[in-house]
Design a protein around this ligand. Structure first.
Ligand code: HEM
Length: 388
């Protein structure tokens, strides 16, 4: 046993020395501890400080930083094109994929080929025609939100001017996306709490991030996957069962209401998605469309409240454009330049993604902003917040 530990210890030291001095990325700047082992990176990934840590590294080391033995972070403008828009596309890195534990891989975890196949079907749900047809649902739930906020403000005696807007925006976005995906709302606005399905998926994201961290230590990853407590796996299975039931119910309705499912089913030809892929895709859509939109709107409200001059200008533009709630539609709201600018600026200043979107360098001679990046050992990424 002693010998085994000794060998293990020697292996760690040798690997760390190799990583710092002989690895193909050895010439890139960054802290030696991060070059030696993924531990500093993984600690920040788990404690939610990754964005802040990487920002401080760019301030100290410049435009390219080695943030882990095999990973580089970039902040130069040219890196956007080279990393995310080069052809053929660089594949999503395994280490950056959020593990779900159950179900088929949906777009953000699938490989390039399966991603393209799934995306071809799902994109029909986001065409101009589909968006126009879905507008009545957006209006229905937004009106409900406004009326629930009025009720809240009137019924509160102690703090009549206070509501937790972040929570209410989550309720409305989950209700909208739930209705678009399952043909039925989660009823969060009516019940003033998250549906069990939503609470479970929000907790699952945190747990998934921890599982993802083990990708950085391959043997530990295999052990961890096997050691996930059976109670956790049972919860994940229960959640997946709920998804199956909801999707099956919507499919069996054979309804022509213009929600996401109508377009997915209508266009799901022989080369399309299996039913298991549809279950996973729907779970992805609910999460991708709700929490992101809610936190962006929360950020827009927060930034506007911090700058009273911005809030005044926004109120003036909106009140000049509309005389009543019924005038507000997707088309009329899209024509408000100041509102548009506030949303764009909020997307720029507020980070929705707590991690960057890593891509693997899978071909020789790949250049990012003129630098040759070694193939096979390099994962490259940009975090939007660090680029300005
Ligand atoms: C402000 C709101 C939103 C933000 C900030 C946001 C952010 C993002 C980001 C950063 C990705 C890339 C993920 C990756 O490459 O791994 C992504 C992908 C995606 N988002 Fe959003 N999103 C928002 C709203 C929505 C909405 C409303 C929907 C749908 C209802 C949606 C559906 C998707 C889908 C399906 C993907 C995967 C696309 C693909 O892989 O081809 N998102 N989103």
């Amino acid at each position: 046993m002693k010998k085994l530990f000794g060998a293990f210890f020697v292996k760690i030291i040798v690997t760390a020395v190799y990583n710092v001095y002989f690895h193909p990325l050895a010439a890139f700047p960054g802290p030696k501890t991060a070059a030696a082992t993924p531990i500093p990176f993984v600690c920040r990934l788990i404690n939610g400080r990754l964005v802040h840590w990487t920002t401080s590294l760019h301030a100290s080391y410049g435009e390219v930083v080695r943030i882990s033995p095999d990973e580089l972070s970039f902040i130069e403008p040219c890196a956007w094109q080279d990393i995310y828009a080069s052809r053929p596309q660089l594949p999503r890195a395994e280490v950056g994929k959020l593990e779900s534990g159950v179900g088929e891989k949906a777009m953000v975890t699938a490989d390039n080929e399966n991603h393209a196949r799934q995306r071809r079907i799902v994109s029909h749900a986001f065409s101009d025609r589909a968006l126009r047809e879905q507008e009545y649902l957006l209006i229905k739930y937004t009106d409900l939100l406004i009326s629930r906020l009025h009720d809240q403000l009137e019924s509160q005696e102690e703090h009549p001017q206070e509501v937790n807007i972040c929570k209410w925006l989550q309720f409305v976005t989950f209700d909208i996306i739930g209705d678009l995906c399952f043909g039925e709302s989660f009823h969060s606005l009516e019940n003033m709490e998250h549906h069990e399905w939503v609470s479970m998926i929000l907790k699952g994201v945190k747990f998934g991030t921890r599982l993802t961290a083990f990708h950085y230590f391959p043997p530990a990853s295999t052990i961890m996957q096997r050691c996930v407590p059976s109670s956790m796996m049972a919860k994940a299975e229960h959640h997946y069962d709920m998804t199956r039931q909801k999707v099956d119910l919507r499919i069996n309705q054979k309804s022509q209401r213009p929600d996401f499912m109508k377009y997915i089913l209508e266009n799901n030809d022989k080369k399309g998605m299996s039913i298991e892929e549809i279950y996973s895709t729907v779970s992805l859509l609910v999460l991708a469309g709700s929490e992101t939109s809610a936190s962006t709107c929360t950020a827009a409200i927060w930034f506007s409240l911090k700058k009273p001059s911005v809030m005044e200008k926004l109120k003036e533009e909106i009140r000049r454009a509309f005389t009543g709630l019924e005038d507000i539609t997707v088309a009329s709201a899209s024509g408000l330049p100041y509102l548009h600018a506030v949303l764009q600026e909020s997307l720029r200043m507020h980070t929705n993604e707590p991690v960057a979107l890593p891509r693997e360098v899978n071909r020789p001679g790949m250049r990012i902003c003129g630098r040759i990046i070694p193939e096979g050992v390099s994962t490259v990424q940009i975090h939007q917040v660090q680029t300005y």
